[in-house]
Design a protein around this ligand. Structure first.
Ligand SMILES: Cc1ncc(COP(=O)(O)O)c(C=O)c1O
Length: 448
C-alpha cells in the first residue's frame, strides 16, 4: 500500500499517493524527473491544445511580464487582454460579434461563478428581481467552487458539500446511449430537451434566471455530443420562458471539437459562453465569459457596474499567453487539424470497439471517450466498487499513456469511461500508441 509522500509539503489531491515530478514537456509528451516519458492522451484534463514545451509562449509571457506584469482592473486595462477579448469574440457565434464583451478569469470555475452572478444581476438591471435560479443538467460539471457546484450535476463531486449548496433544479442530459427516457433518437422527439420545458412549467419558471449546459459533455458523461435539433430546442425553450442560455464550453471550446466552440456544430447562439482550458493551453491560468451584446447592453443602460470581481481578472501575463497560443494555433492551422486528427484517433480506436466490454467509442474532434460495460447487449454498467475506469487508467499507464478516468456516466454513480483529449498536434503514430495502450488495458483488466 502506498503511504503519504514524506517529502511533499503540498496538500495534494490524494494524500496517500505519490506523484511523479513533471520536469519537461515536448509536444504530446510529458517527461518526469526520473526520465520516464508519458504520452499525454488526455491533454491532462483536456487543457493542452498546442502541445507542451512551445518556447514562444513562455517568451511572450516573459516579455509582457517585463513590460507590465500586473495592473488592477479597477484602474487599468491591458493591451493583451483587450486584444484577446476581440480575437475570442471574432471566432464566437455571430450573435457575439457587434458589441459582445469578454470577462477573463483565472479558470473555468471562476467563469461559471461569474456567469451565475452576471445573469442574476442582468435580471436586476432589467427589473425582474425575482429571477435568480440557474437550472442545469444531471451528470454535468461546471466547476469546483460552491456556486459552480450548485449548478453541477456530478453526484460524486457534489456529495460531500450537498448541505452547503442550493438546489435550483437539474434536468435530464441528452445521452442516447443511456437514454434517461428509454427512448431512441429521433423517434424520441427530443424528450430530453423537452424535460427542461416540463421542469420550468412545474417549478416556478418566473424565478429562473438561466439554464447552463455543456453542448458536448466532457468529463462527466465522457465526450457526449448533443444530437441534431437538441440545442435549437433548448434555445427555443429558454426564449419562451424568458431565461438566458449559458453554454459551458470550458472543455469543449477553443477548437477541441473541430469548431472554435462546440455549439457551432449546430448553429447555437447562446447568451453567454464560458471557456477555459485550451484558451491558454495550460501555459497560464485563464478562463473567459463571453457575453452577448444584448446582455452587456442591459448593464450599459442600467447600473453599468457589475458587483463582482477578482484581483487577477484579465491578467496581463495570462492574456499574453492566450494571445501567443492563439498566434500558434493560427500559424500552424491547428483548429483545422482537429477534425482529421480526431478521425485518425477514432479509426485507431475502432480496433477496440468490438471488445465485449467496450460499450461505445464516442466523441467529436479530439474530445473522445471509451465507455466500458459489463454487458454489451444490455449496456449494463459494472458495479461501482469494481473501479473499472481507474483500473483501465492504471493499465494504460503501464504503457506510458495518460488517460482521464471517470465513473457515473449512467446515473451519476455507475458507468465507467476514460476521456481522451490529446493535443491538436497528435500524430497518427501517437494515435496508434493510444489505441495500443487501451487494447493492452482491456486485455489486462478483463482477462483476470
Ligand atoms: C465543462 C467544465 N466547466 C467548468 C470546469 C471547471 O474549470 P476549472 O477546473 O478550470 O475551474 C471544467 C473543468 O473540468 C469543465 O470541464
Amino acid at each position: 500500500m502506498s503511504t503519504a509522500a514524506e517529502f511533499s509539503s503540498l496538500f495534494s489531491r490524494n494524500l496517500r499517493k505519490n506523484y511523479p515530478i513533471a520536469v519537461r514537456g515536448e509536444g504530446s509528451w510529458i517527461i518526469a524527473a526520473d526520465g520516464r516519458r508519458y504520452l499525454d492522451a488526455s491533454g491532462q484534463a483536456a487543457v493542452v491544445s498546442i502541445g507542451h514545451g512551445v518556447a514562444e509562449i513562455g517568451r511572450a509571457m516573459a516579455e509582457q511580464s517585463n513590460q507590465i506584469a500586473f495592473a488592477h482592473t479597477s484602474q487599468f486595462h491591458s493591451a493583451p487582454a483587450e486584444k484577446l477579448a476581440a480575437r475570442v469574440l471574432a471566432i464566437a457565434p455571430r450573435n457575439f460579434h457587434n458589441g459582445g464583451r469578454v470577462y477573463f478569469t483565472s479558470g473555468g470555475s471562476e467563469a461559471t461563478e461569474t456567469a451565475i452572478k452576471l445573469v442574476r444581476q442582468y435580471f436586476l438591471e432589467t427589473k425582474q428581481p425575482g429571477r435568480y435560479r440557474v437550472v442545469s443538467r444531471k451528470q454535468s460539471y461546471h466547476g469546483s467552487t460552491l456556486g459552480a457546484m450548485s449548478v453541477s450535476g456530478n453526484i460524486a463531486r457534489r456529495a460531500p458539500y450537498a448541505p452547503m449548496i442550493p438546489e435550483w433544479g437539474h434536468v435530464s442530459p441528452c445521452f442516447c446511449y443511456h437514454c434517461p427516457f428509454g427512448k431512441t433518437y429521433p423517434e424520441c422527439s427530443l424528450a430530453c430537451a423537452d424535460d427542461l420545458d416540463v421542469f420550468l412549467r412545474n417549478n416556478d419558471a418566473s424565478s429562473v434566471a438561466a439554464f447552463i449546459f455543456e453542448p458536448v459533455v466532457g468529463a462527466t458523461l465522457g465526450a457526449v455530443a448533443a444530437v441534431d435539433g437538441y440545442t435549437a430546442r433548448i434555445a427555443e425553450i429558454c426564449r419562451k420562458h424568458g431565461i438566458l442560455l449559458i453554454a459551458d464550453e470550458v472543455m469543449s471550446g477553443m477548437g477541441r471539437t473541430g469548431k472554435p466552440f462546440a455549439g457551432q456544430h449546430w448553429g447555437l447562439e447562446p447568451d453567454i459562453i464560458l471557456t477555459g482550458k485550451g484558451i491558454a493551453s495550460g501555459y497560464a491560468p485563464l478562463g473567459a465569459v463571453l457575453v452577448a451584446p444584448h446582455v452587456a447592453e442591459a448593464y450599459e443602460k442600467g447600473s453599468a457596474a457589475f458587483m463582482h470581481g477578482f484581483t487577477y481578472q484579465s491578467h496581463p501575463v495570462s492574456t499574453a499567453a492566450g494571445n501567443a497560443v492563439f498566434d500558434y494555433l493560427e500559424a500552424h492551422k491547428l483548429f483545422e487539424r482537429v477534425t482529421p486528427a480526431g478521425e485518425i484517433l477514432r479509426k485507431a480506436l475502432s480496433a477496440v470497439e468490438g471488445h465485449p466490454n467496450v460499450g461505445q467509442v464516442r466523441g467529436l474532434g479530439l474530445l473522445q471517450a471509451v465507455e466500458f460495460v459489463k454487458d454489451k447487449s444490455t449496456r449494463e454498467p459494472f458495479p461501482k466498487e469494481a473501479g473499472i475506469a481507474e483500473k483501465i487508467r492504471q493499465a494504460a499507464l503501464e504503457k506510458n499513456v495518460l488517460t482521464y478516468p471517470t465513473q457515473g456516466c449512467v446515473d451519476g454513480m455507475h458507468g465507467d469511461h476514460i476521456l481522451l483529449a490529446p493535443p491538436f498536434i497528435l500524430t497518427a503514430q501517437e494515435s496508434q500508441l493510444i489505441a495500443n495502450a487501451v487494447k493492452y488495458a482491456l486485455d489486462k483488466v478483463f482477462s483476470a
